[in-house]
Ligand binder design. Structure first.
Ligand code: NAI
Ligand code: 13P
Length: 348
């Protein structure tokens, strides 16, 4: 089926770089999808922990996914070159701030014809680049070989085969379709888009807004407050996305509103959890020490704010979260600061 698009061959050899909660879960999606379609597929998962790699050989990743069974198509290795050899699709699922260094080390092993798919939801500190931009810089691959996937995709729910949607975006529709077909599983429904910027910005900024909603929860505020932060959070996400050339409709889709709602309401979300701890009075350092998995919003928030300021985009919730993270604003002052802003029309 995939061979019908752009002359691409069926997707049989995949490397997934990153054996944390999302990398492992997405590998499972790809394995279950192949099984469902009766296709042959080899999925090589690269991990940096010998314990995790040994566990995956027993079809488990207990550290991240408890007793969930992994499909037989998944094998694991500590050797990035072995994972990448012959891969038609290279899936990246490491923390955003570590991507540039890791991909630089791996890039000689990325097959030239491969498509690289980012699962990451972070903005690079210091450059304010999206992950697709970092991938393009490091690998020099053309845009039609770089794709992103985002949406309301809390890994643990998907690992338990609970149904969800997602968006695969690539400037080349055929590439997006090739990937979407390859990851369509009975519980996973991808949609396609060519709006790479919008899909990435939705995923990046919702983590910052989830920190803000978590703060509200930590301070035991009610649902009106949280709904207001979510809605105005979507407004500032949309302003930034549109200023960067994204499509407005992406923001009301799964990678915009969908992911924002999931992350801001779920106890499974690491960003939401980190926000709750901030709201309870812990400082950013203490929160970081408590987290065992990446909460991308903590590092991405200052980059989002810098990007917005450079573009002249007003992002008051993001600015407040950054001030709290930097220890410049006591968490108790965030609410009065946001409420005391000058009156404006809702559409502005
Ligand atoms: N977990 C989820 O529900 C979802 C996560 N994402 C995104 O996927 C990306 C990866 O997230 P997760 O797999 O959840 O993270 P995680 O914290 O569960 O796992 C990260 C993995 O990267 C590895 N790693 C490699 N280099 C690292 C380094 N320098 N520092 C730290 N870890 C390193 C870790 O060993 C671990 O296997 C993030 O950008 C996240 O926002 C997106 C959708 C859902
Ligand atoms: O991106 C996610 C859900 O779509 C996961 O959110 P957290 O990284 O906050 O856990």
């Amino acid at each position: 089926m995939a061979a019908e698009h752009q002359g691409r061959e069926p997707l049989e050899r995949i490397a997934v770089m990153g054996a944390g909660s999302w990398g492992t879960t997405f590998a499972k999606v790809l394995g279950d999808a192949a099984e469902h379609h009766g296709s042959r597929r080899s999925i090589r998962l690269w991990g940096r922990s010998p314990e995790v790699v040994a566990d995956v050989a027993r079809h488990r990743n207990t550290r991240y996914l408890g007793d969930i069974a992994l499909p037989a198509a998944i094998t694991a290795t500590l050797d990035p070159a072995e994972a990448l050899e012959g891969a038609q699709l290279v899936v990246l699922a490491v923390p955003a701030q570590s991507l540039r260094a890791q991909l630089t080390a791996w890039s000689a092993h990325v097959p030239r014809g491969a498509v690289v798919l980012s699962l990451m939801k972070g903005l690079e500190l210091g450059t304010d680049k999206r992950m697709s931009e970092v991938i393009a810089e490091v690998t020099s691959l053309p845009a039609e070989q770089i794709a992103v996937l985002s949406g309301p995709n809390l890994a643990m729910e998907i690992a338990r085969s609970q149904p969800t949607g997602a968006v695969v975006a690539c400037t080349d529709h055929g590439t997006a379709q090739w990937i979407a077909e390859a990851c369509t599983a009975p519980y996973f429904r991808p949609y396609m888009s060519t709006d790479v910027t919008g899909v990435e910005i939705g995923g990046i900024v919702k983590n910052v807004i989830a920190l803000a909603v978590g703060i509200c929860e930590g301070k035991e505020m009610g649902d009106n407050t949280k709904a207001t932060v979510i809605t105005r959070g979507l407004a500032e996400t949309t302003r930034l996305a549109v200023a960067l050339g994204a499509d407005l409709t992406t923001m009301s889709g799964l990678a915009g509103l969908g992911d924002l709602v999931a992350t801001c309401s779920s106890k499974l979300s690491r960003n939401h959890t980190a926000g709750r701890l901030l709201g309870q009075g812990l400082d950013a350092e203490a929160v970081g020490a408590r987290m065992t998995q990446v909460a991308e919003g903590i590092k991405s928030a200052p980059a989002v704010l810098e990007l917005a300021q450079r573009l002249g985009v007003d992002m008051p919730i993001t600015a407040g979260v950054v001030a709290v993270l930097r220890g410049e604003l006591p968490v108790g002052k965030l609410e009065p600061l946001l409420l005391a802003r000058q009156l404006k029309s809702e559409g502005d």
